[in-house]
Design a protein around this ligand. Structure first.
Ligand code: IMP
Ligand code: MG
Length: 198
């Protein structure tokens, strides 16, 4: 019998790469709906602007947006961190800016994962300067052990241990984003340097 694990490898993996799913698509969907409900409870009357951080946040953002009742708009921003290793260099730059002003708006930054916190620290600093009415953060995953910058998310899907994960938008060298669940990626030692620069 072909196990689920083997099917995932043959569909998405490359030799030397292995993904072990530990958060299923159903769990993710349930949790995102809880967060969506919570966000609307916290801001019962307000139009909300969800700002998705490309590309990792796209699936989280699309489920979250559809789970929040009432007025919701979307915009996107993209950043890139210098350095291609699995360890972030800590230097971040904007590669795509928002389409519209956020002044006076209630903004929720939607990100795939909060790791060292350098990316969100940078983003929050530039978004804060644009004078939103409120600025909040929602992340699908949080790796608290890895934190360098003092950043906290207001809404967290799952707190996870310090492992490199892929799926549900998260990539390794631009691959695995389309996995329906989230899994731990294990690599043979010599292949560890090619991680996506995101
Ligand atoms: P931070 O700036 O270190 O918090 O990193 C945030 C970014 O690094 C995320 O938006 C991801 O693109 C990427 N990242 C961090 N950890 C992982 C992981 O385990 N898998 C895939 N991408 C990750
Ligand atoms: Mg990202």
């Amino acid at each position: 019998m072909v196990t689920k694990q083997k099917r995932i490898r043959s569909a998405h993996g490359r030799p030397g790469e292995k993904v072990k799913i530990f958060i299923t698509r159903d769990r993710i969907h349930r949790r995102i709906l809880e967060i969506a409900k919570q966000i609307r409870q916290d801001f019962p009357e307000e139009p909300l602007l969800l700002v998705g951080v490309l590309k990792g946040a796209v699936f989280f953002l699309s489920d979250l947006a559809r789970g929040i009742p009432g007025e919701v708009s979307l915009d996107f921003i993209a950043v890139s961190s210098y350095g291609k290793d699995t360890k972030t260099s800590g230097q971040v730059r904007l590669t795509k800016d928002l389409d519209a002003s956020i002044e006076g708006r209630t903004v929720i930054v939607v990100e795939d994962i909060l790791d060292t916190g350098m990316t969100l620290q940078y983003l929050l600093r530039i978004l804060e300067q644009r004078k939103p009415k409120r600025l909040r953060v929602a992340v699908l995953l949080d790796k608290p052990e890895r934190r360098i910058a003092a950043v906290q998310a207001d809404y967290v899907g799952f707190s996870i241990p310090n492992e490199f994960v892929v799926g549900f938008g998260l990539d390794y060298a631009e691959r695995y984003r389309n996995l329906q669940g989230v899994g731990v990626l294990s690599l043979k030692a010599q292949e560890k340097s090619a991680k996506s620069a995101e």
